[in-house]
Design a protein around this ligand. Structure first.
Ligand SMILES: C[S@@+](CC[C@H](N)C(=O)[O-])C[C@H]1O[C@@H](n2cnc3c(N)ncnc32)[C@H](O)[C@@H]1O
Length: 432
């Protein structure tokens, strides 16, 4: 094995992990000097970045012992640029080697033992493996890593936090930096969040309780349809209330959010393995995959799961066409909603479920009445022979909307609480 690079004084030390101290590394070098002393000494002391990269690549190609690779990873982590990149690649190689050994049934060393040998906590090392696998993913996609190699440590941590999407994150980052080599970390990360949602949006989409608040919706509102609801509501409504197989319909589909969320079900369905047939309708379809139908008439297809998100009373005129959005008063709105519930009830297969998503209406002034729309819907559904099975309460986040301070103050002054919650009532058609 020939490794050629300069030997000069070491770069200033930068240690991230309290386990990885310079003394520890120096001790390690002397311990293995017989075998790889020259390699390690050079790797330890090279100053020039390109020589460091050359050395690191050579080590990756030529060293097959997990313990020595781990020591090199620790040395790499003491320098930038490139140290984080090669530390990750080295740990990924260690992980691959140990996996191959395990497969071959000659399990000589465990991951934990390798970590112990270099005093790196196993959880930390597993993080480096995730980063390294993400780099391998970029390389497999034949995307240049020349700029990525010099990216700051934080970028690789951001990738790691995306868990199973770490590779996709680094691919997006590599492409972004290749187009714009001076891009800042914030620009790279913002670009990812715009397309994929923030990390908070990527936290578990399925809620454990009946309080659903989605501050960072994952499926962004499309510019040409302002009345969509967070896709997370569809995900939870499907997860908790849809059958695994059957026909699922959104008869007031709007932007077609149900389809986006269902197509993306790998992100939230856990072990459900849904195989639903999705149908979308709307009185005014605005996507080519949505068919025209008036939801006040029974659907052209019998469904096992129906989700309706009708225009809300008194606040949708500027967003949607149609009677419900422009009903002149609550009495007229109720007539339309009743027809809607009757038609949807008729459209359900026995055992099928109807999810109705609506807020209560809160009058703005003390003299205005409040209307409990979810309660009225409940009565209509029960009269149709449906059985109420559950309800979830969904934050509309109105208090926090930009520019809502005036409305919040008026609400307090007038002692009229703003309507800030939608109720998702779920009904079931009795089975045969
Ligand atoms: C609140 S939006 C639904 C938004 C949808 N949930 C989303 O996330 O994109 C209400 C939709 O109901 C539709 N609509 C209104 N009256 C209807 C009717 N009678 N039959 C079918 N659709 C209707 C409107 O055109 C509008 O697209």
């Amino acid at each position: 094995m020939t490794l050629t690079f300069e030997t000069r004084k070491i770069q200033p030390v930068k240690s991230e992990d309290k386990f990885e101290t310079v003394n520890n590394i120096n001790g390690s070098i002397s311990e293995i000097s017989d075998l790889f002393g020259d390699v390690f000494n050079r790797f330890h002391s090279v100053v020039d970045s390109s020589a460091f990269y050359e050395a690191a690549e050579s080590i990756l190609c030529n060293i097959e012992q997990p313990k020595y690779l781990a020591k090199c990873a620790t040395l790499a982590s003491l320098r930038e640029p490139g140290g984080t990149f090669y530390r990750a690649k080295l740990w990924a190689k260690i992980n691959n080697l140990l996996a191959t050994e395990n497969k071959a049934n000659k399990k000589e060393l465990t991951f934990g033992q390798v970590c112990k040998q270099v005093s790196v906590h196993p959880t930390t090392a597993k993080g480096y493996v995730i980063q390294g696998k993400a780099i391998e993913y970029v390389e497999k996609a034949s995307i240049s890593t020349i700029h990525l190699r010099e990216a700051p440590t934080e970028l690789f941590k951001y990738a790691q936090r995306q868990k199973e999407r770490a590779g996709e994150y680094l691919i997006a980052a590599a492409k972004f930096i290749n187009n714009k080599p001076n891009a800042t970390l914030a620009q790279i990360h913002r670009d990812w969040c715009l397309k994929n949602g923030s990390r908070a949006a990527n936290l578990d989409i399925i809620k454990p309780s009946d309080w659903w608040a989605f501050g960072n919706p994952k499926w962004r509102r499309e510019d040409n349809f302002l009345g969509s609801i967070p896709g997370e509501i569809y995900a939870n409504a499907l997860y908790y209330f849809a059958p695994k197989v059957g026909i699922a319909v959104d008869p007031m589909a709007g932007s077609g959010m149900l389809k986006r969320v269902y197509d993306d079900r790998e992100r939230w369905q856990k072990d459900s393995a849904f195989e639903l047939e999705i149908h979308l309708f709307d009185l005014h379809p605005c996507r080519d995959f949505i068919k025209k139908h008036d939801a006040r008439k029974p659907l052209p297809i019998k469904a096992d799961w129906i989700f309706i998100d009708p225009p809300y009373f008194g606040q949708s005129k500027h967003l949607f066409y149609g009677d419900l959005a422009s009903a002149k008063d609550y009495a007229e709105y109720l007539i339309l909603i009743k027809e809607l519930i009757q038609a949807m009830s008729k459209s359900l297969n026995p055992g099928g479920r109807l999810c109705v998503f609506l807020p209560k209406w809160s009058g703005l002034r003390p003299e205005n009445p409040n209307h409990d729309i979810p309660a009225d819907v409940y009565s209509f559904a029960i009269n149709e022979g449906l059985i109420w099975i559950d309800a979830a309460f969904v934050s509309r986040g109105r208090q926090q909307e930009p520019g809502s301070a005036v409305k919040n103050n008026a609400a307090k002054r007038n002692r009229r609480m703003r309507s800030d919650t939608c109720v998702l009532n779920v009904f079931e058609k009795p089975g045969v």
